[in-house]
Design a protein around this ligand. Structure first.
Ligand code: OFO
Length: 175
């Protein structure tokens, strides 16, 4: 049985995953407005993954006999100075999410809630993958620059990353 404390924190996470999805969808819209179709594809796909994350938390709270509660979702920023800045923000956001997941794991352990601890392990791996993937993009921006031909090549490369099958992140194989 989940404690009231843990149910509250899992509900907070539902809200954060919703926000992540909206953030990436809004970023995808900005990319389309800038003609950056590859980046829009990547971010749109990622927005869908965040909805799937939200649903996993939502189902878990309900399946354990508790009430999933949907809260108010903050509006994401609709404007970004550059593609490079946008992906730095994505990386920062994913690091924040990792911190929240780690805090949830910590509470589950403290409360000896091993079922929830086990449920959260999927998210621990997912955050590792997502940080590696976005870190790769931020590294590419530094290499090729975010203007002119560099921006065009970068957008194409991000499109090819978006086309990778799930788990097809080379950083995983390296590491
Ligand atoms: Fe991008 O992360 Fe959800 O959990």
């Amino acid at each position: 049985m989940l404690s009231k404390n843990l149910v509250g924190k899992l509900n907070d996470q539902i809200n954060l995953e919703f926000f992540s999805s909206n953030l990436y969808l809004q970023m995808a819209a900005w990319c389309v407005s800038q003609g950056l179709r590859g980046s829009a594809l990547f971010l749109g796909k990622h927005a869908g993954e965040e909805m799937m994350h939200m649903r996993k938390f939502f189902d878990y709270v309900n399946e354990t006999g508790n009430l999933a509660v949907l809260g108010k979702i903050e509006a994401p920023s609709a404007d970004y100075p550059s593609l490079g800045d946008l992906f730095v923000l994505v990386l920062e956001h994913e690091r924040t999410v990792t911190g929240k997941i780690n805090a949830l794991v910590d509470v589950a352990l403290q409360e000896k809630d091993f079922a929830t601890f086990n449920f959260l392990q999927w998210f621990v791996s997912e955050q590792h993958e997502e940080e590696a993937l976005v870190g790769e993009i931020v590294g590419m921006v530094k290499l090729v620059g975010g203007e002119g031909q560099g921006l065009y090549l970068l957008d194409r490369e991000i499109a090819s990353i978006a086309a990778r099958p799930p788990g097809g992140n080379p950083a995983d194989a390296a590491g």
